[in-house]
Design a protein around this ligand. Structure first.
Ligand SMILES: Cc1cc2nc3c(=O)[nH]c(=O)nc-3n(C[C@H](O)[C@H](O)[C@H](O)COP(=O)(O)OP(=O)(O)OC[C@H]3O[C@@H](n4cnc5c(N)ncnc54)[C@H](O)[C@@H]3O)c2cc1C
Length: 485
């Protein structure tokens, strides 16, 4: 059956933006349900010279799935599941993280990736090499993908299996595409990284597509790996009277080598806690959030997949002013809502401000630095923001030295000041051998950062790969390299 291609009208307005609130435009939209339909749509696009933008759950925050004309290929209806086979599960790309959790429930196994946003699709997660709180123990999505089916931009499907389809040195052959990988990419091995293509000699070719932000092909099937479910989970939220003491506690949790490693270590600065108090008081939708005492300045959430070690309990008594314990997935889930409420609140506030000043956007950082730079990076953020007089909150994956600074500009002048500050920070983070994007990707909004991180030579190496797969630059135009793919 031929795939249905619809004209984009007012009723498709939702498909023209993602959670970054970047607005795009498109002529047509298709909702394929099978790999064959994706192949057909891509062949039609090739024949007609249409640009194609791939979409999953549109929860991205860098504009990656926001179209710039042409055809939208929305994969949200391509969401079927295979059977769990041992420690593997095959899924179509439109399955959401929440659906994957449901599908594995009761199997004794679980999928270790745990983004805060559970309506993200597995295709979007693979395309962005996404991660989450538990990446402190389990790493990014890349670690949990065994095989992919990908449709190349001209409509050719290929299957890639870890350990089977590999480059030979820097040379690779994949379906009708062959060429050389870029051998001299800057590495930042000590930090989480989701910026640009992953390339190294003898690599598994599946890794070229993970984190490629849909610029090299459309992911149409994913074989994910599952782990045995731990017998118990304990989540602790410890509150401190100063940020300094919370950072010392992070060092204790990470450095105590003889203790079990926490699964996650998450951070909430004083402004994030203040925002939660305010939203709880003013917005009915946030009324279920737990009350936060006024003396709580900073909070850490950390999780163990075993008993809480005695040494940790003692250290909490010594350093924290209060601590909540949540046992098991259900109670932990309630606390996750608490975490999710921060970016949701920020988006709500920006949405309201945008009505008066349409050009405003949230400025959200996503950078990670090596362990020895944790205090320095936090100092850099606070000092820069105080000097610029900007409104902000800081929260996120502090176990990996990867916090999100969310700047909430109140005017276009503040927006510009925030952007300039962000660029200065990115330069410093790169100088510290960090990453400009640890999990959200580059998309269309952060393309200037790719050159900052990899230099002109590194970007040229990535562009050369892009040209091998997509000489006309029609798939996800604007992503990674800006216009002029
Ligand atoms: C409140 C909130 C919390 C978040 N928390 C996290 C977090 O903890 N960790 C994290 O990593 N991210 C987080 N994100 C960001 C977002 O959820 C991730 O980037 C996610 O991976 C996007 O998935 P999606 O299905 O929504 O993809 P989309 O937004 O639809 O697309 C993202 C990119 O993937 C490409 N793409 C999508 N599907 C495919 C496919 N099948 N084949 C090829 N390319 C494809 C798109 O073209 C685009 O470039 C959060 C976002 C929000 C709004």
């Amino acid at each position: 059956m031929a795939i249905e291609i619809l004209d984009v009208g007012a009723e498709q307005a939702d498909y023209l933006h993602d959670e970054s609130r970047r607005e795009g435009h498109a002529d047509q939209i298709a909702f394929p349900r099978t790999t064959e339909e994706v192949c057909e749509a891509l062949r039609m696009a090739a024949e007609n010279g249409w640009p194609v933008t791939v979409q999953g759950g549109r929860t991205g925050i860098t504009g990656g799935c926001v179209p710039e004309g042409g055809l939208i290929l929305n994969l949200s209806r391509m969401a079927a599941f295979g059977q769990i086979a041992g420690d593997r599960l095959t899924v179509q790309p439109g399955a959401t993280l929440a659906e994957i959790r449901n599908a594995t429930e009761g199997s004794g196994r679980f999928f270790p990736s745990d983004l805060t946003e559970t309506s993200a699709t597995i295709g979007g997660m693979v395309a962005n090499n996404a991660s989450g709180a538990r990446s402190f123990k389990y790493g990014a999505v890349r670690n949990w993908v065994h095989a992919l089916e990908v449709v190349l931009p001209h409509g050719e499907p290929v299957r890639l299996e870890r350990g089977v389809h590999r480059a030979c040195g820097n040379v690779f052959n994949l379906g009708s595409v062959s060429g050389n990988l870029c051998a001299h990419l800057r590495k930042c091995a000590q930090v989480k990284n989701a910026a640009g293509y992953f390339m190294e000699p003898d690599m598994d070719l599946v890794d070229l597509f993970i984190g490629a932000e849909g610029t090299l092909g459309v992911v149409t099937e994913i074989e994910i790996m599952l782990l045995p479910k731990p017998g118990q989970m304990n989540g602790l939220t410890a509150f401190f009277d100063a940020e300094e003491r919370a950072l010392e506690f992070v060092r204790f949790l990470r450095g105590a080598g003889r203790l079990p490693r926490p699964v996650a270590i998450e951070f909430f600065d004083s402004r994030a806690l203040a925002l939660l108090r305010k939203m709880r008081a003013e917005h009915p939708a946030f009324g279920d959030l737990p009350a936060l005492a006024p003396e709580f300045d900073t909070a850490l959430y950390f999780e163990f997949d075993c008993e809480v070690p005695d040494a940790v309990a003692e250290e909490i008594d010594r350093r924290a002013i209060d601590c909540w314990l949540s046992e098991g997935e259900k109670e932990i889930g309630i606390l996750k809502n608490f975490r999710h409420a921060i970016p949701e609140s920020v988006n709500l506030i920006i949405g309201e401000r945008k009505r008066a000043i349409p050009g405003l956007t949230k400025l959200g950082t996503d950078m990670a630095v090596p362990d020895d730079r944790l205090e320095a990076v936090m100092r850099m953020y606070h000092e820069g923001l105080a000097q610029a007089g900007l409104e902000y909150v800081i929260f996120g994956h502090i176990g990996n030295n990867h916090v999100h600074v969310n700047i909430l500009p109140r005017s276009l002048a503040e927006h510009d000041r925030g952007q300039a500050l962000y660029l200065d920070w990115a330069k410093q983070v790169v100088a510290w051998n960090g990453s400009v994007s640890a999990e959200h990707g580059i998309g269309k909004n952060k393309t200037a950062f790719l050159a900052l991180m990899y230099g002109a030579e590194g970007v040229a190496g990535m562009r050369a790969i892009k040209r091998l797969f997509d000489p006309a630059g029609r798939l996800n135009p604007g992503n990674l390299f800006g216009n002029g793919n």
